[in-house]
Design a protein around this ligand. Structure first.
Ligand SMILES: *Cc1c(COP(=O)(O)O)cnc(C)c1O
Length: 371
C-alpha cells in the first residue's frame, strides 16, 4: 500500500501538454503570453478587474501591503488561525500584526472581536482576514466594519479559490485579495500566487515592484527597492491548465468532506468544521475535531495511529498568537483558535484522492474508537 498524502499536487496529462507547448513557444521568462492570459483568467475567476501573477501567495501579500503603504510603525489586523505566511508578510513591511481569534461557527476571524479591536484606541493600516480551509470569512460584517473604520481589507484567499460567499467569489472581497498556487493548494503551479484587485494603479505597482522596480530608462535605473516576485511563463501555462479544471477539483474536495462527515459523524466526540451561513467552501482540507472527554482518544493519538498506517494527517494550524516568533505581538481573544489547534485534525483531501484511500483513512480512524 502506498502512502496517502494530505494534499498532494494533482497534475495530469493536459497539464504536462500545456507546459510542453509553453516550452516550445520559446517564452521561458517571467513574462510572456501565458502570464498575460493567466492574469486575465484569474481576475475573471475572482470578479476583479486586474490580476498579477507572482512567485507565491506570500509575495502577493507582501506587495499588497506595500501597495497600501503599510510600513514600520503600522499595525495590521490578521486572523490568528492561519499559516505563518499571512503574518510573516506583515513583518516584511516592518509593521506589526495584531491577531484576532476565530469565530466558533466558521473558524474564521470573529467579527465581534474585530469590532472590539477597531473600537479601541489603536489605528490599523490594514485588516487581513483569512478564508480558512477554503471557507470565506463573514464578509457581510467584516467588510462593513472595515468600511466604517476606513481600514483597507485584504482577503487572504490562498485556500479558497473556487469558494463563494453569498453568491460572490472568493477573492472578490475587500480592496484586494491574494491567491496561492503552492503544491498543496486547490490548483498549483508548483509554487506561485497572485494579487487580484480592481485598482489599476495597484496592479501596475505590484508588477513593477515584482520585477526589481526598474525605472523607465534604456539602462538599469532604480529609485525604489524592488523584488524578484514574478511568475514564469512556463508556470503560468501550468496554472491556466489547472484553472480550467478548478470546478472538478473543488467538487472532489467537497465530496471528500461529505464522505468523511457521513463515515465518521457517528463517533462520540467527533465534530467537523461547520460550513457557515451563505458559504460554499472549497473544503481545501477536511478538518475534524476530537473532544477527548467524549472520544476516549485524542487528536494526537489519531494522528500518530494514521501515521503508523502511512497516512498523512496534520493538526489544524497552530494559531499565530501561540507561535514563539510572534509571542511579543498583541492578540484579541485567542481561546477558540487555541482549542481548534488542540482538538483539530486535517484529513487527506487532495482532488486526486481515490475511494480506496478514503476508506483506508476512515478505517484507520475507526480503529481507535472500536477496539
Ligand atoms: C498557502 C498559504 C499562504 C501562502 O501561499 P504561498 O504560495 O505558499 O506563499 C498564505 N496564506 C494562507 C492562509 C495559506 O494557506
Amino acid at each position: 500500500m502506498t502512502r496517502i498524502y494530505l494534499s498532494p499536487p494533482d497534475v495530469g496529462i493536459d497539464d504536462q501538454a500545456a507546459i510542453q507547448r509553453a516550452v516550445e513557444s520559446g517564452w521561458i521568462a517571467p513574462l510572456g503570453p501565458e502570464v498575460d492570459a493567466f492574469e486575465i483568467e484569474l481576475a475573471t475567476m475572482t470578479q476583479r478587474a486586474h490580476g498579477v501573477a507572482l512567485s507565491s501567495g506570500t509575495a502577493a501579500l507582501h506587495l499588497g501591503l506595500l501597495a497600501l503603504g503599510v510600513g514600520p510603525g503600522d499595525r495590521v489586523l490578521v486572523s490568528s488561525l492561519t499559516f505563518a505566511a499571512t503574518a510573516n508578510a506583515v513583518r516584511y513591511t516592518g509593521a506589526q500584526p495584531v491577531f484576532v481569534d476565530s469565530d466558533r461557527s466558521t473558524w474564521n476571524m470573529d467579527p465581534d472581536l474585530l469590532a472590539e479591536a477597531l473600537d479601541g484606541d489603536s489605528r490599523f493600516a490594514a485588516c487581513v482576514p483569512v478564508d480558512i480551509y477554503g471557507q470565506c470569512a463573514d464578509y457581510a460584517r467584516i467588510e462593513a466594519l472595515c468600511a466604517q473604520y476606513e481600514v483597507p481589507l485584504i482577503e487572504d484567499a490562498a485556500e479558497a479559490l473556487g469558494a463563494t460567499y453569498r453568491g460572490k467569489k472568493a477573492g472578490s472581497f475587500g480592496v484586494m485579495a491574494i491567491l496561492s498556487f503552492n503544491g498543496n493548494k486547490i490548483i498549483t503551479t508548483s509554487g506561485g500566487g497572485a494579487l487580484v484587485t480592481d485598482r489599476e494603479d495597484w496592479a501596475r505597482q505590484a508588477r513593477w515592484l515584482a520585477t526589481q522596480a526598474r525605472d523607465p530608462a534604456p539602462h538599469y535605473e532604480h529609485s525604489t527597492i524592488g523584488y524578484n516576485y514574478r511568475l514564469s511563463n512556463l508556470l503560468a501555462a501550468l496554472g491556466r491548465s489547472q484553472l480550467a479544471d478548478l470546478e472538478r477539483r473543488v467538487e472532489k474536495r467537497r465530496d471528500h468532506n461529505q464522505f468523511y462527515s457521513e463515515a465518521l459523524g457517528d463517533l462520540p466526540g467527533v465534530g467537523f468544521m461547520p460550513e457557515g451561513d451563505g458559504c460554499r467552501s472549497t473544503f481545501w482540507l477536511t478538518c475534524l475535531t476530537i473532544d477527548p472527554s467524549e472520544a476516549g482518544t485524542d487528536r494526537e493519538q489519531v494522528r500518530v495511529h494514521l501515521e503508523s498506517l502511512d497516512i498523512e494527517a496534520r493538526p489544524v494550524w497552530k494559531p499565530m498568537h501561540l507561535q514563539p516568533v510572534f509571542s511579543e505581538c498583541e492578540a484579541v481573544g485567542g481561546s477558540v483558535s487555541a482549542e481548534l489547534f488542540e482538538h483539530g485534525l486535517c484529513l487527506p483531501s487532495g482532488s486526486n484522492l481515490g475511494d480506496e484511500d478514503r476508506n483506508r483513512v476512515v478505517a484507520g480512524i475507526r480503529d481507535l474508537f472500536e477496539p
